[in-house]
Design a protein around this ligand. Structure first.
Ligand code: AMP
Length: 216
């Protein structure tokens, strides 16, 4: 099992980059945020448990989160390759991931770190719109859909995430600084850490990452 990790604060572009990398067909996309949103929408027991955390922009507890990841690993074949988007988000999760991979003969081949300034993150998050059906990502200013509110790819309806409002964004960025930012040093010390300059066009960022992945 091979894993690549995409990390960075909310709004750094992890979702957009994931779309491009997984479109190459080599890596399967695991976004814990998407999985949690699906669980909340389904109204399942776990969905009810995590809805409050997500609405306020706090983190879902580590033990719930790692279970989700382990279930996916265990229902996939041993040669599977995954791109983790939005996980791990705490040192505890990173350590649990290391153990889970050790038990399954898996490795983390790369950690890509996407980062930019707070005002840019806020601007990106407040303008973000997502297709309800195919999950394509748009921005009201930087990459609007051709027809307002309608997805260019599949014609689905675009929506704004509830947690993309200013108050919750502030909390999500604080949570990132308190709990997730220290993962940069954690992964730097392990090697295979790549800091990606995200102040470029999305296509250029994706090419940079895809080229690194092709070399290996
Ligand atoms: P995202 O779509 O990655 O921005 O995640 C949306 C929300 O889901 C976060 O604000 C958290 O409430 C929750 N979440 C996603 N991933 C994790 C994680 N790895 N650990 C804990 N909570 C998470």
């Amino acid at each position: 099992m091979e894993i690549i990790v995409l990390m960075g604060p909310p709004g750094a572009g992890k979702g957009t980059v994931s779309e491009s990398i997984t479109a190459q067909g080599k890596f399967k996309h695991i976004s814990t945020g998407d999985l949690f949103r699906e669980a909340v929408t389904s109204g399942s027991e776990i969905g009810k448990e995590i809805a409050g955390y997500m609405e306020s922009g706090s983190l879902v507890p580590d033990n719930v989160t790692i279970k989700l990841i382990e279930n996916i690993f265990d229902s996939s074949n041993k040669e599977a390759k995954f791109m983790l988007d939005g996980f791990p988000r705490t040192i505890g999760q990173a350590e649990m991931l290391e153990n889970a991979l050790k038990e399954r003969n898996g490795i983390i081949s790369h950690v890509f770190f996407l980062n930019t300034k707070k005002d840019v993150l806020i601007q990106r998050l407040t303008g973000r719109r997502i297709c309800k059906d195919c999950k394509a990502i748009y921005h009201t200013l930087f990459s609007p859909s051709k027809v307002d509110g309608i997805c260019d790819v599949c014609g689905g309806e675009l929506y704004q995430r509830e947690d993309d409002c200013l108050e919750t964004i502030e909390n999500r960025l604080n949570v990132y600084n308190k709990k997730t930012a220290s993962l940069v040093d954690f992964y730097k010390s392990k090697g295979s850490f790549v800091e990606v300059d995200v102040n470029k066009k999305p296509a250029e960022i994706c090419d940079e990452i895809n080229n690194i992945l092709k070399e290996n």
